[in-house]
Design a binder for this molecule. Structure first.
Ligand code: KIV
Ligand code: ZN
Length: 517
């Protein structure tokens, strides 16, 4: 049996499914390219039949990603599989992932079919998918609660029909490690053609056991783990990619197994996903939480100074955290910034140095010292600006205080023109938002979530505002980052306006195509 464990990332499918607002095509592509750099084997890019937006993002990712297999999800239905085949056909390597539920409760209550009918549907789906590619994965949804005899029958039938990977999901996060490992062990003992496929697992985290269950399955011979960055996903999420990858790396002497993950990319990928998905990572989260490598107690600090391995089982550098986070100021030259960005893993082609340097100087003037996380944020916002800046902030002035009615004046660049409005509100952010709403004259926008956080520590932190807005029955999210809270809030709203504008443009183009006008 191979000692390579494939990492199948489903951040853009299972993870995205659970977000407060869906990602734009460009955001999904940005994440897919980061996953490719991270070294995942398979990127599940979406569920093409579910919406034209999903179809488009799967197709875009399939076209752009070269060093990972791009995968699309489908139910065991011909129209879903055809949508996958069409969206993925442009890829260098692609996989169709088809699934049907197998537990009694799903088969009888949700699907209302007999067990024989489900086997027939699964076999037909795998055979249909094989018309598009040899790389077909079949999943037994809710396998964790499926009777073992029926599960063995399903797995055998799917492999006979041509599935090269068979996935065993614990869809509702119900099993425990010994139990789940036992299921995988029984499959290896009882399914006669098991050696003709890779056994994969896909564990949900409802009882906090997704990683432990996946590991137990790997111990029994599973050689693909389905997981997501930061463990995001339906309900309590999925197995966390960074945790399973770092377990196999850190405990290599125990398992002797490899993944293709470049662990130094983990921290950056985690931040990107958290930022774009508006899903903060808890401080004590293993591997990627802000405190994951912070030693607080005096005894621990003393120990680490005497020998790093007294309290550290892996180094911060191994997941891409750099200890040298200081000393960039307005006196730092362009080459220093370029060098630092290179150390952080960015290629020159990822950004426009002139623009990043100009933004860096503006920030350094305001903050004094600029940290790594500031530089990464600058790069992130610079990329966003390039992509769709129909709206941008020209001027902002806000005032508030005790016994003062909060007011704000905002000038927005909208395409070629600049429009200014003043308004009052129940706080300075509210006043600025009211001014913007007057400028754009759009009453269908509803801010449904507003979160204020910070990037960095102490007085040097940047204010980060993350919002979700409802517009024409869709949800859009936006993030703003600035030294000032009001400016950060305004930037988050402008981010949302640009995404809405882009969505309106795409809808218009589709309208033209469908009406031929
Ligand atoms: O949790 C699950 O069962 C899934 C399948 C579609 C693989 O996400
Ligand atoms: Zn799932």
């Amino acid at each position: 049996m191979t000692n390579h464990v494939k990492i199948f990332d489903t951040t853009l499918r299972d993870g995205e499914q659970a977000l407060p607002a869906s990602l734009t095509v460009k955001e999904k592509l940005q994440i897919a390219l980061a996953l490719e750099k991270l070294g995942v084997d398979i990127i599940e890019a979406g569920f093409p039949v579910s919406s034209p937006g999903d179809f488009e993002s799967v197709q875009t990712i399939a076209r752009e990603v070269k060093n990972a297999t791009v995968c699309g999800l489908s139910r065991a239905l011909a129209k879903d599989i055809d949508a996958c085949g069409q969206a993925l056909g442009v890829a260098e390597q692609f996989r169709i992932h088809t699934f049907i539920a197998t537990s009694d409760i799903h088969v009888s209550t949700k699907l209302r079919k007999s067990q024989d009918e489900i086997v027939e549907m699964a076999v037909a789906a795998v055979k249909h998918a094989r018309k598009y590619t040899d790389d077909v994965e079949f999943s037994c949804e809710d396998a964790g609660r499926t009777h073992i005899d029926y599960l063995c029958r399903m797995v055998e039938a799917a492999i006979n029909a041509g599935a090269k990977t068979v996935n065993i999901p614990d869809t509702v996060g119900y099993t425990t490690p010994t139990e789940f490992g036992g299921i995988i062990g029984q499959l290896f003992n009882r399914v006669p053609n098991i050696d003709q496929a890779i056994i994969s697992v896909h564990c949900h985290n409802d009882l906090g056991l997704a990683v432990a269950n996946s590991l137990a399955a790997v111990e029994q011979g599973a050689r693909q783990v389905e997981c997501t960055i930061n463990g995001i996903g339906e309900r309590a999420g999925n197995c966390s990619l960074e945790e399973i990858a770092m377990i196999l790396q850190t405990r290599n002497e125990r398992y002797g197994l490899q993944t293709g993950i470049r662990s130094q990319e983990i921290s950056r990928t985690s931040k990107l996903v958290s930022q774009l998905c508006s899903m903060p990572v808890q401080a004590n989260k293993a591997i990627v939480g802000a405190n994951a490598f912070a030693h607080s107690s005096g005894i621990h600090q003393d120990g680490v100074l005497k020998g790093q391995n007294t309290y550290e089982i892996m180094t911060p550098e191994s997941v891409g955290l750099n200890k040298n986070q200081l000393n960039l100021t307005s006196r730092s030259g362009r080459h220093v910034i370029k060098h630092r960005l290179h150390e952080l893993g960015y290629n020159e082609t990822d950004y426009d140095l002139d623009e990043v340097y100009a933004s860096f100087l503006r920030l350094a003037d305001k903050k004094g010292q600029v940290f790594d996380y500031d530089l990464e944020a600058l790069l992130f916002f610079n990329q966003q600006k390039h992509e769709h800046a129909f709206y941008s902030l020209e001027y902002l002035q806000a005032s508030s205080g005790k016994e003062i009615i909060p007011s704000a004046t905002v000038s927005l660049n909208i395409g070629e023109e600049t429009v200014t409005h003043s308004a009052t509100g129940n706080g300075p952010v509210d006043a600025a938002y009211n001014a913007i709403m007057q400028i754009i004259n759009e009453d269908e926008i509803n801010i449904v979530d507003f979160k204020l956080g910070s990037k960095g520590e102490g007085a040097n932190a940047l204010a980060q505002v993350s919002i979700v807005a409802k517009y024409k029955d869709r949800r859009f999210h936006g993030i703003g980052l600035a030294t000032d809270i009001v400016e950060s809030g305004v930037k988050a709203l402008i981010f949302v306006l640009n995404n809405m504008h882009l969505a309106d443009q795409i809808d218009e183009q589709k309208q033209h195509i469908s009406t031929g006008v």
